[in-house]
Ligand binder design. Structure first.
Ligand code: PLP
Length: 400
C-alpha cells in the first residue's frame, strides 16, 4: 500500500462522532445539527428540471473538457463576476469542469507536485478544509501551516513566511472566503501572494467555493483571477481558482464546479484528468450551464443567509463576542471553555451539534489555532437557527 496513506488524519466528522460517543443528549429538545457544511436551502427547480430533460445524455461517454457551451457559460460568469474582458478568457485552454471542487482540490496536488525535488512543501491555512492536507501528503509533499488567528483577523499572514519556506513551496492553497472563519483575503494581500509566486515559482490554488455567499450585496469578495488581471497578469500565470455550484446554487449532489486560470498548468492538469477519468455526466453539464447563467437564485440564497445571520447574531450578541462573517455560511465562535468540552456539553444539555475548531486544525508554530473555537454552520432553516441561538445563549449563560 502507499505508505503516505498512513499519514492521513481522521476526518473531523469521525472525530466528532467519537467525541459524542456515549453522551445522551437532552431528550426534551429535538436535535439541531450545525456541524456539517451542507447547504440546505432548496435547490432551484430549474436545476432539477434541466437534469431530467437531459437524462438521455447518460447514453454517451462525456468528455473531460465538457461541452463547449459549458466552458462558455463559465467564461461569461467569470468575466462578469471578476471584471475580466471576455476576449481575455480562452474557453479551450483556461477552463476545466470538475466534479465538485473536493476532488479537484485533491487531484490538483497530485498533478502539480514534483516530489523528485528535495522536500516539497504545500502551504495551507490552519484551520483548513482537510482535503488540502491529504492532497499534499498523498502527493509526497509536506504540509506547511499558516495559522489564521484572531490577531491576524483570521487571515493567513504571508509576511510571516520565511524565505527558505517559500523556496521549498511548490503549491499554496488559499481559501477565501475561508472555511471555517468566513474571512476574505483582500486584494492587496492576493497581489502580494501573486508577486511571491512569481519570485519563488510556485502555484496558487484558490479555493473560492464560498465566494457567492457574502453579507454585503455591494461587496462581493475579490477573486484571485480578478486580482491577477487587475495587476496586469492577464494570462493568470501561476493562478488557478476552484469554483463550485454546491454552495452557490444549493446543489451539492450535482457535483459540479470548475477550475480556471493559467493555461500551461491546466494543460497538464487536463492530461492528468483524462487518466483519472472524472468527466461530468451530460445531465450535470446541462444543469450547470443553466446554473452559471442565472444570478437570481444566488441573490435569493444570499438573502436567506443574511436573515439567518442577523437573527442568530442578534440573539447571541449580548452573551458572547460573536461577529458576522464577511462571507460563507459559518460562524467561527470563540468559546469560553475548551472547544471540545463546549461541543460535548452543548450536545448533552441542549441537543445541538457543533464542530470543535481543533478538529479542523493542527498544532503549528506552538499553538492549535482552532482550539477554543467552534464552527457553526447556519444551514438549517431560519426557525431552527433561531431556536439554536436561544439554546446556545442559555447554555453560555450556565457557564458563568
Ligand atoms: C472550503 C471548501 N472547499 C471545497 C469544498 C468542496 O465542495 P464541493 O466539492 O461540493 O465543490 C468544501 C465543501 O464543504 C469546502 O468547505
Amino acid at each position: 500500500m502507499n505508505p503516505n496513506l498512513n499519514a492521513l488524519q481522521p476526518y473531523p466528522f469521525a472525530r466528532l462522532k467519537e467525541l459524542k460517543k456515549g453522551i445522551v443528549a437532552a431528550a426534551e429538545y429535538t436535535h439541531i445539527a450545525l456541524s456539517i457544511g451542507e447547504p440546505k436551502h432548496d435547490t432551484p427547480e430549474f436545476i432539477y428540471q434541466t437534469v431530467s430533460e437531459n437524462l438521455h445524455g447518460i447514453g454517451k461517454y462525456p468528455s473531460t473538457k465538457g461541452q463547449p457551451q459549458l466552458a462558455q457559460s463559465i467564461a461569461n460568469w467569470i468575466a462578469e463576476r471578476f471584471h475580466i474582458k471576455q476576449a481575455d478568457i480562452n474557453t479551450e485552454t483556461q477552463i476545466l469542469p470538475v466534479s465538485g471542487t473536493r476532488e479537484a482540490l485533491f487531484s490538483f496536488a497530485q498533478a502539480v507536485i514534483d516530489n523528485s525535488s528535495p522536500e516539497p512543501l504545500v502551504i495551507m491555512p490552519n484551520p483548513f478544509y482537510q482535503i488540502y492536507e491529504g492532497a499534499a501528503l498523498l502527493a509526497g509533499a509536506q504540509p506547511y501551516f499558516l495559522n489564521t488567528t484572531e490577531e491576524n483577523n483570521y487571515l493567513p499572514d504571508f509576511d510571516s513566511v520565511a524565505e527558505h519556506v517559500w523556496q521549498r513551496c511548490q503549491l499554496i492553497y488559499i481559501c477565501s472566503p475561508g472555511n471555517p472563519t468566513g474571512a476574505v483575503i483582500r486584494e492587496s494581500e492576493q497581489h502580494k501572494l501573486i508577486a511571491l509566486a512569481e519570485k519563488y515559482d510556485f502555484i496558487i490554488a484558490a479555493d473560492e467555493c464560498y465566494s457567492e455567499i457574502y453579507a454585503d450585496e455591494q461587496q462581493a469578495p475579490v477573486g484571485l483571477l480578478q486580482t491577477a488581471y487587475a495587476m496586469g497578469n492577464t494570462a493568470f500565470k501561476r493562478c488557478v481558482i476552484f469554483q463550485s455550484l454546491s454552495k452557490r446554487s444549493n446543489a451539492p449532489g450535482l457535483r459540479s464546479g470548475f477550475v480556471a486560470g493559467d493555461a500551461e498548468i491546466l494543460e497538464k492538469y487536463f492530461q492528468y484528468r483524462t487518466y483519472q477519468g472524472c468527466a461530468l455526466p451530460e445531465p450535470t453539464q446541462a444543469a450547470s450551464i443553466a446554473a452559471w447563467q442565472d444570478e437570481q437564485h444566488v441573490r435569493k440564497n444570499r438573502d436567506l443567509y443574511r436573515e439567518k445571520f442577523s437573527a442568530f447574531v442578534d440573539i447571541l450578541g449580548n452573551v458572547c463576542s460573536i461577529v458576522k462573517p464577511e462571507a460563507s455560511f459559518y460562524i467561527w465562535l470563540k468559546t469560553p471553555i475548551s472547544d471540545t468540552e463546549f461541543a460535548q456539553r452543548l450536545f448533552a444539555e441542549q441537543n445541538i451539534t457543533v464542530l470543535p475548531g481543533s478538529f479542523l486544525s493542527r498544532q503549528a508554530h506552538g499553538i492549535n489555532p482552532g482550539s477554543n473555537h467552534v464552527r457553526i454552520a447556519l444551514v438549517a432553516p431560519l426557525n431552527e437557527c433561531k431556536e439554536a441561538a436561544i439554546r446556545i445563549k442559555r447554555f453560555i449563560n450556565t457557564l458563568d
